[in-house]
Design a protein around this ligand. Sequence first.
Ligand SMILES: NC(=O)c1ccc[n+]([C@@H]2O[C@H](COP(=O)([O-])OP(=O)(O)OC[C@H]3O[C@@H](n4cnc5c(N)ncnc54)[C@H](OP(=O)(O)O)[C@@H]3O)[C@@H](O)[C@H]2O)c1
Length: 274
Amino acid sequence: MSPVSPGGRPPVPPAVHPSGADRNKRECIGPARANKSSSWDARSTVRTVPDRPYTIVSCAVSVDGCLDDGSPERLILSGPEDLDEVDELRARADAILIGAGTIRADNPRLLVRDPARVAARERAGRPPHPLRVTLTTTGDIDPAARFFAGPGTPLVYAASAAVPAAKRNLGGAAVVIDAGAEPSVAAVLADLHSERLVATLLAEPGAIMARDLLAGNLADELRLAIAPFLVGDKTAPRFAMPAHYPQNPDAPMTLEDVRRLGDLVIIRYRIMRA
Ligand SMILES: NC(=O)c1ccc[n+]([C@@H]2O[C@H](COP(=O)([O-])OP(=O)(O)OC[C@H]3O[C@@H](n4cnc5c(N)ncnc54)[C@H](OP(=O)(O)O)[C@@H]3O)[C@@H](O)[C@H]2O)c1
């Protein structure tokens, strides 16, 4: 596992996986060389997944732990300094993961914003932007969403039942990957690592995906930006939905850094792999 950098700056992720863009065209989960009954089965538990990318979970929350409010408009929790730091994390990542719910709710582009960071990636022989990745059970994603606008072709991991509709719906806007009857985030991360050559993953998840990543012990770091207000809306999506979290009082995360960034507090925790 890669160490977390000291001193408050975003961590330096591990070296980029060797290139292999064609691998992203594969439309099923898991390695071609293994059979389906191996430990790569989509129903695998965390313990049977051999490896995964170095994964940072980044969320902005209100003081009362809300990721948004209950209104159709997106609640702004972040500030310019925080956005810039997240942009740096994006620039260092091989891929960015969100759940389909965040595409529907926020319609994010998930690109690196700073042209200097884009240029630095290209100078290093990397794609200008990280690979955009999502997961869906329903396949209910608008092909006009900015997630698909490019540059680059995103990956959509879909439950087997949703694959035909997702392919019809999305056309050539994405590579749709069959993630099995009951998709698991663990299997998606394992596939990203072994088959799409993703070494460093930034997750910018909503409520469900954040829960699955943390409860599944699939993250190496948690970065929380705390906005200086309370939402107080019982319909608002919340960070850390009820679940059995391995990061519990018996096995706490390691507090790596606490900083003020504009009006926000930034907290970074390191999480031990199981
Ligand atoms: N403040 C922040 O940092 C931040 C960041 C992101 C989002 N948000 C907010 O979070 C809210 C959206 O929350 P959300 O929970 O809907 O977002 P999400 O966790 O990003 O997406 C949830 C959706 O992802 C798919 N998914 C997640 N885990 C899955 C699994 N294990 N297997 C199969 N599919 C899986 C499902 O899509 P299908 O329904 O298509 O099956 C599920 O409904 C919005 O209000 C947004 O503004 C806040």
